[in-house]
Design a protein around this ligand. Structure first.
Ligand SMILES: Nc1nc2c(ncn2[C@@H]2O[C@H](COP(=O)(O)OP(=O)(O)OP(=O)(O)O)[C@@H](O)[C@H]2O)c(=O)[nH]1
Ligand SMILES: [Mg+2]
Length: 316
C-alpha cells in the first residue's frame, strides 16, 4: 500500500466523522448559509478535536464567503479543506541529523502512548535507509518493556543496550550514547518509561536523562520526540506543554491515528503549542509510520467522499 493510501486508511474514522457530519447539515439541493448552519458546522468541526479557535476561524471564513447564499456541502468542505491547509502548512521537518557523529533521539510520552512501537518503526525506517541504529531501553521500570524493545531490536537488526531492572534510566541513556560513539553508529534512539505530564518527579527524571546524554555529546539529543496517542485528543495539548518544559520537545509522533476520530488534534497542537508533528502512526506494524506532510494529511482527510458510508461514527 502506498503511503497516501496508508494515511487515508489511518484517517478514515476522522474523515467519516467530519464528512458525514458536514454532509448531514445539508439537503440534496443545498442549504442557506445562516447563523444556524454556521453554529452546526462549528459543532461538527469541534468534534474532530481541532480546538475551538481553529473551528471558529473556519466557520467564520465560510460565513464571510457564503452567508445569505444557498450552497452545497461540497463547496463548504472545499473551503474547510483550504483553511486547514493554510493552518497546517509547515516546513518539511523530518529528523534533524547531527553533522558529525551519532544522532541522538530521545523519546518520551505518557503511559501506553505508543513510544516503544514508534521507536521500532522509526528505527526500521532508518535501517532501511542504510543507517546503523542502537536502541537504549531507558524504560527500566518494567521488565516487559525491556524485553519488548529487545525483541524489536533483534528483528530489525539494531544494537540494543539495557540496564538492570529498576536502574537509573539516565545511566542507560549514557551507556547507549557511549555505545553509539564507540561503535560509530549513525543513530541512537532512547526509549523511556511512560509518565503522566503531571508527575513532577518523573518529569524531572526526563530532564536528568537529557542532561546525561548531553554529557557525551553537547548538542544531543538532536531530537526530543514526544509520542502522543491520537485518541486522547485535546489532552495532547497539555502533554506537549509539560513535556516541552522538561525536555524541550522538537517534534511530535502522533501514534494510533488509525484508531482515532480525533485526527483534528493535529490542528489544535499546531495552533496552541507550535511543536511540529513529524511522524504519524497509522497501525501496529513496522511500516505503519509516515512522515507527516500537511498537504497529504488534509487530502487524506477529505479523500473518497462518495465512498464514505453515510452513518455517524460512534467511536472515540
Ligand atoms: N493501532 C495502532 N496501535 C498502535 C500504534 N502505535 C502503538 N500501538 C499499540 O499501542 C500499544 C502500546 O504501545 P507501546 O509502544 O507499548 O506504548 P508505550 O508508550 O511504549 O507504552 P509504555 O511503555 O507502557 O508507556 C501497543 O499495543 C501497540 O501495538 C499505532 O500507530 N496504531
Ligand atoms: Mg514502552
Amino acid at each position: 500500500m502506498g503511503l497516501f493510501d496508508q494515511l487515508k486508511q489511518g484517517l478514515q474514522k476522522t474523515t467519516r466523522l467530519l464528512k458525514t457530519d458536514v454532509r448531514d447539515l445539508f439537503k440534496a439541493d443545498g442549504r442557506l448559509v445562516d447563523e444556524d448552519l454556521l453554529e452546526e458546522l462549528l459543532e461538527a468541526l469541534v468534534l474532530t478535536d481541532m480546538g475551538i479557535k481553529p473551528a471558529q476561524a473556519i466557520a467564520q471564513k465560510i460565513g464571510s464567503e457564503y452567508r445569505g447564499r444557498v450552497v452545497g456541502w461540497e463547496a463548504v468542505l472545499e473551503t474547510v479543506k483550504d483553511e486547514l491547509n493554510k493552518m497546517l502548512s509547515q516546513e518539511e521537518s523530518p529528523i534533524c541529523f547531527a553533522e558529525q557523529g551519532p544522532t541522538v533521539i530521545l523519546v518520551a510520552g505518557v503511559n501506553g502512548a505508543g513510544k516503544t512501537t514508534s521507536i521500532a518503526k522509526l528505527a526500521k525506517r532508518l535501517i532501511d535507509e542504510g543507517k546503523s541504529v542502537v536502541l537504549g531501553a531507558g524504560d527500566t521500570f518494567r521488565a516487559a518493556a525491556v524485553e519488548q524493545l529487545s525483541i524489536w531490536a533483534g528483528r530489525i537488526g539494531a544494537t540494543f543496550i539495557q540496564g538492570e531492572p529498576g536502574s537509573d534510566p539516565a545511566s542507560v541513556a549514557y551507556r547507549t550514547v557511549e555505545a553509539a560513539i564507540t561503535n560509530q553508529l549513525d543513530v541512537c534512539i532512547i526509549d523511556t518509561a511512560g509518565r503522566l505530564q503531571t508527575q513532577k518527579n518523573l518529569m524531572q527524571e526526563l530532564g536528568k536523562i537529557k542532561r546525561s546524554i548531553a554529557k557525551q555529546i553537547p548538542a544531543a539529543p538532536h531530537e526530543s520526540l514526544l509520542v502522543i496517542d491520537a485518541t486522547t485528543g485535546q489532552n495532547g495539548i497539555s502533554q506537549t506543554t509539560h513535556f516541552s518544559d522538561a525536555i524541550d520537545c522538537t517534534g511530535i509522533v502522533l501514534a494510533k491515528l488509525d484508531g482515532s476520530a480525533k485526527g483534528g488534534v493535529v490542528v489544535a497542537i499546531r495552533d496552541q503549542v507550535g511543536v511540529p508533528v513529524k511522524f504519524i502512526g497509522v497501525g501496529e506494524k513496522f511500516d505503519d509510520l509516515a512522515v507527516f506532510s500537511p498537504t497529504d494529511y488534509v487530502n487524506a482527510l477529505f479523500a473518497d467522499v462518495d465512498d464514505q458510508p453515510a452513518v455517524k461514527s460512534t467511536d472515540t
